[in-house]
Design a protein around this ligand. Structure first.
Ligand SMILES: [Zn+2]
Length: 257
């Protein structure tokens, strides 16, 4: 199954990749392009392309699909909403509660909402964070680390015209991040669920299915080993794509096929 991606609509890269979070300035000193050919690290070191996520769409889709195995039915596609358009290459999804809220927001204002970014995978968040660390390349001024952004839970959104939309978002359960990242809103109503550990777990499970001899601990936390494997992941996707497999009695998906 292929995920529904955003229709081409947007938007120069510099306006599409802002995110909330910590500031930092360092070079990615551990990344050697010649050793990383074909990996996500290559993308993080490479030219800024448009659409921004097209360089690793294969991996992006696999990790997103694996998340849907770990947390089935939690995300809803924005493509079913009138008056919402999403930047090309981005995952056009939000967590169900945030989606329902967004439907009320666009109905209330009766204008088209341009979404720069909604749900993300750890792969996408990794690239954005690396660009931020590399002197804010590719238009990324602010970005949280791969496992920490609310975008992973489908509970954050970056939009155009934040001034015009702000009062509508704040009425329906969202919080504006502030002038440091003005395009970013977090859904803070109590019916939203923190799914960031599941987003990390999805990558760890997918990696283990493709690397059974040296599996990662499936913790839902990005440790050094997991971060290294994200960097080394093939940008076109793993040999074995996402499979939902079997679920054991604890609710965890069995990584073996
Ligand atoms: Zn954001």
């Amino acid at each position: 199954m292929r995920l529904i991606l955003a229709i081409p609509a947007c938007l120069f890269i510099a306006t599409c990749v802002l995110d909330s979070g910590e500031w930092g300035r360092r070079k990615s000193g551990n990344l050697d392009p010649k050793k990383q050919e074909g990996t996500l690290a290559t993308v993080a070191l490479g030219n800024c392309v448009h659409p921004v996520m097209s360089a690793f769409i294969g991996l992006q889709e696999q990790v997103a699909e694996k998340f849907n195995c770990v947390e089935p039915g939690t995300m809803k596609s924005l493509s079913s909403l009138r008056r919402v358009k999403v930047a090309p290459g981005r995952l056009a999804e939000l967590q169900a509660a945030a989606y329902e809220s967004l439907a009320k927001i666009v109905a209330a204002r009766k204008k088209t909402l341009a979404v720069r970014s909604a749900r993300r995978t750890v792969a996408e968040q990794y690239v954005l964070h690396e660009w931020m660390l590399q002197d804010h390349r590719c238009g990324v001024s602010v970005s949280k680390k791969a496992g920490e952004s609310n975008h992973l839970s489908g509970l954050a959104i970056d939009i155009e015209d934040d001034r015009g939309w702000r009062k509508y978002f704040e009425k329906y359960g969202w919080k504006w991040y502030g002038p440091e990242d003005p395009v970013h809103f977090d859904y803070i109503a109590p019916d939203g669920r923190d799914l960031r550990p599941s987003a990390v777990r999805a990558f760890q499970l997918l990696l283990n299915e493709n690397n059974p001899d040296a599996p990662l601990a499936v913790t839902g936390v990005i440790d050094d080993n997991t971060e290294a494997q994200i960097a080394a992941a093939p940008r076109s996707g793993f040999a074995q794509g996402a499979s939902c497999g079997t679920v054991d009695e604890s609710g965890w998906i069995n990584a073996s096929r």
